[in-house]
Design a binder for this molecule. Structure first.
Ligand code: FNR
Length: 182
């Protein structure tokens, strides 16, 4: 059966490495997997006062995640954690209490930064959130990428040095989603 995966990218930057990574990764998946990148830039700041009348962009995000078989998080590290853009989106889609869109959805986490630790701190914080949100999250292999020449090929795919590693990650992730999708 075909699967749909909601993709949340933690950077709004036009030339974002994480966006490029997310797009290159989708090419490593089987053809029956549909990746749907979610728009996060029009979400207002989360305000609990609006829980009984969530803003339209938040409802759209929740609907897409609820309909998806899995969620893929691709995020930069900002000040040793995830960007506020991503945290805001997670807060929206997790509420109102008891009506989280995330519960039970299998997740994958990756990130790329210009720093040598390759978003490790951000991913660790994110994993804490995903555990609380009751998302079965692929543990291994971990993907901590540092942006350098050749990571992406001229075509926007994954360059040859990292392709085998990331193909292995994608194969594990797809199996993980198939095993946990309800
Ligand atoms: C950064 N950057 C960064 N890098 C890192 O490895 N650890 C960090 O804690 C931070 N902190 C941080 C804070 C803020 C506010 C910015 C703007 C940047 C650098 C970051 O890795 C770099 O900007 C990446 O290019 C961001 O990812 P995208 O936008 O290319 O996907």
């Amino acid at each position: 059966a075909s699967l749909t995966i909601a993709v949340l990218v933690g950077s709004l930057r036009r030339e974002s490495f994480n966006l490029r990574l997310a797009e290159a990764l989708t090419r490593l998946a089987p053809h029956d997997i549909e990746f749907q990148r979610q728009r996060l830039d029009d979400l207002p700041l989360y305000n609990q006062d609006d829980d009984d009348d969530q803003p339209e962009p938040a409802r759209r995000l929740k609907q897409a995640i609820s309909a998806a078989d899995g969620v893929l998080f691709v995020t930069p590290e900002y000040n040793r954690s995830i960007p506020g853009v991503l945290k805001n989106a997670i807060d929206h889609a997790s509420r109102p209490y008891g009506q989280s869109a995330f519960a039970g959805k299998p997740a994958g986490v990756l990130g790329i930064s210009i720093g040598a630790i390759g978003t490790a701190c951000a991913q660790q914080h994110l994993r804490t959130m995903l555990a609380y949100l009751d998302m079965p999250t692929l543990g291994q292999p971990e993907v901590f990428l540092q942006a350098k020449d050749g990571l992406f090929d001229d075509d926007g795919g994954i360059g040859k040095d990292s392709r085998e590693f990331l193909q292995g990650w994608m194969d594990r992730y797809v199996a993980w989603v198939r095993a946990h999708a309800s």
